[in-house]
Design a protein around this ligand. Structure first.
Ligand code: NOJ
Length: 513
């Protein structure tokens, strides 16, 4: 039974909204989103009711991985704005009760980062050991069989002609891996964290944090992992020690600053250890739901697995359906608006901190990107399409946005949907308000209910406060013996009325007693 008197840290009860700055809002009309664009839409986010925003990288970068290749961790790329502009966002978000989380990319830098430029300049450079350099068997034989991401089965090592060694990169060759075994690197990265904490950020979403430690004997990957990107399975115990150091550092700050790890690992079982004994990550992304199809058995299984793995640790779950790396969930579930709506009810009534990806509140699908407009080496352009703000042809963007708009952009634009109380946008707003108003939804226990096939149902409880969610992922209307008042319905039907005991296909309802 949760302690009702204990105030929970903000990040347990928050709904976090991810902004991919390139795709969010374009204030200067160059077709690429920017920080002023973010600032200009803070009112939209306050109206929607989110508690925090997480900004994907806006740091100086040659953009080989669209900002996840950072050339300076402590500045803003001119494409996106200025540090002063960032400070204004923090201040103006704060006025609206919204916290700002930034992305920390500790595993690698850009190959243009001055640290790497120095490191590759000579074997004797003081920064040589800040990255991972190995001899291998000479220019034709890399040190081991590790494979890097986004390079089509290609190796995670690049030969450097000038100094005659290989350097490690678990992602693109333009993203050399830092050597966290070197204490100077850890200290430098803590300095980066302090830089942003001192500017008032509420915490960090930490890119592939499970990757930062690695076996110093650099063994070959074994079957069945040979040939898949090493970052997908790399989880050396030393990462945990480095995370504990970060945790101790942020705990020196007031205000419950949060560490959220992008633990992109094969399952919940792999993710759980990153909470440590309450001394590592506060929150770890559990991406299992982004891989689960629209199927009641699989969703039920996801909820059970979270309970089995996290509850014994006292670890607080996270829920996420979409982000800048995977096709949007509406697209994955086949494109129907009904499913996107039902998924919203399911996501926002789970136990754990939900993460929304900008545009899901508009029910967006991925853009169809013709081959000549493909820009991402990882095939992720579709989910990064610009957010349509207005129903006008330009949708509030400069004349040539960096990617095409998603389907039905005019009808799904924020402005069009704000004027329509039956829209997906209003559904998200009602769900966020319902969550905010209910201790059960924010902090309560979760009990799975016994319901007919095709349905998943769960009851949340905190003291006297109770809420029940019923999700129908089948193609038929299903009767269910549950009573209550419909607080939110994914199709908007019957809200405020007694529940009639039937749930339509691809529909979800939130009930209160
Ligand atoms: C995970 C990020 O989410 C992804 O966008 C990026 O490409 C890789 N990490 C490398 O930084």
């Amino acid at each position: 039974m949760p302690d009702l008197t204990e105030p929970a840290p903000w990040w347990k009860t928050a709904v976090v909204y991810q902004i991919y700055p390139r795709s969010f809002a374009d204030a200067d009309g160059d077709g690429i989103g920017d920080l002023e664009g973010v600032r200009g839409r803070l009112d939209h986010l306050a109206w929607l009711g989110v508690d925090a925003i997480w900004l994907s990288p806006f740091y100086p970068s040659p953009m080989h991985d669209f900002g996840y290749d950072v050339a300076d961790f402590c500045d803003v790329d001119p494409l996106f704005g200025t540090l002063e502009g960032f400070d204004r966002i923090v201040a103006e978000a704060d006025e609206r009760g919204i916290r700002v989380i930034v992305d920390l990319v500790p595993n690698h830098t850009s190959h243009e980062h001055p640290w790497f430029v120095a490191s590759r300049s000579s074997r004797d450079d003081p920064k040589r050991d800040w990255y991972v350099w190995r001899d291998g068997g000479g220019p034709d034989e890399p040190p081991n069989n590790w494979v890097g991401a986004f390079i089509d089965g290609g190796r995670a090592w690049t030969w450097d002609e000038q100094t005659g060694q290989w350097y490690l990169h678990q992602f693109l060759p333009q993203q050399p891996d830092l050597n966290w075994a070197n204490p100077e690197v850890r200290e430098a990265m803590h300095g980066v964290m302090r830089f942003w904490l001192d500017r008032g950020v509420a915490g960090f979403r930490i890119d592939v944090v499970h990757c930062i430690g690695r076996d110093q004997s650099f063994p070959d990957d074994e079957p069945p992992w040979v040939g898949i990107p090493h970052c997908a399975i790399n989880e050396h115990p030393s990462s945990h020690a480095y995370i504990r150091e970060m945790r101790r550092m942020v705990e020196g700050y007031d205000g419950d600053r949060v560490l959220i790890g992008e633990t992109a690992l094969p399952g919940t079982h792999w993710v759980a250890p990153y909470y440590g004994e309450g001394d590592e990550l506060h929150l770890a992304f559990n991406f299992a739901a982004t891989h689960a199809p629209w199927d009641a058995e699989r969703w039920r299984h996801r909820i059970v697995r979270l309970q089995e793995e996290l509850d014994p640790l006292g670890a607080w779950p996270t829920w996420v359906l979409s982000n800048h790396d995977v096709p949007r969930h509406r697209t994955r579930y086949g494109g129907a608006e009904a499913r996107a709506r039902a998924a919203a009810v399911a996501l926002l009534t789970q136990r754990g901190t939900p993460f929304l990806y900008a545009g899901e509140e508009l029910g967006l699908e991925d853009a169809v990107v013709p081959p000549e407009r493909v820009v991402d080496p990882g095939g992720r352009d579709g989910c990064r399409a610009p957010i349509p703000w207005e129903p006008t042809p330009g949708h509030g963007w400069g004349p040539e946005p960096w990617l095409p708009f998603p389907p039905d952009a005019a009808a799904r634009s924020a402005e069009a949907q704000r004027g329509d109380p039956t829209s997906v946008l209003h559904l998200y707003r009602r769900l966020l308000a319902a969550r905010k108003a209910s201790p059960a939804l924010r902090l309560g226990t979760l009990e799975l209910l016994d319901v007919p096939d095709g349905l998943v149902a769960w009851r949340r409880r905190h003291g006297d406060d109770v809420r029940t969610t019923v999700l129908n992922q089948s193609e038929q209307t299903v009767a269910v013996a549950l009573a209550g008042t419909v607080e939110v319905a994914s199709d908007g039907e019957g809200e405020g009325q007694p529940f009639e005991g039937q749930v339509g296909p691809d529909t979800a309802v939130l009930l209160r007693p």
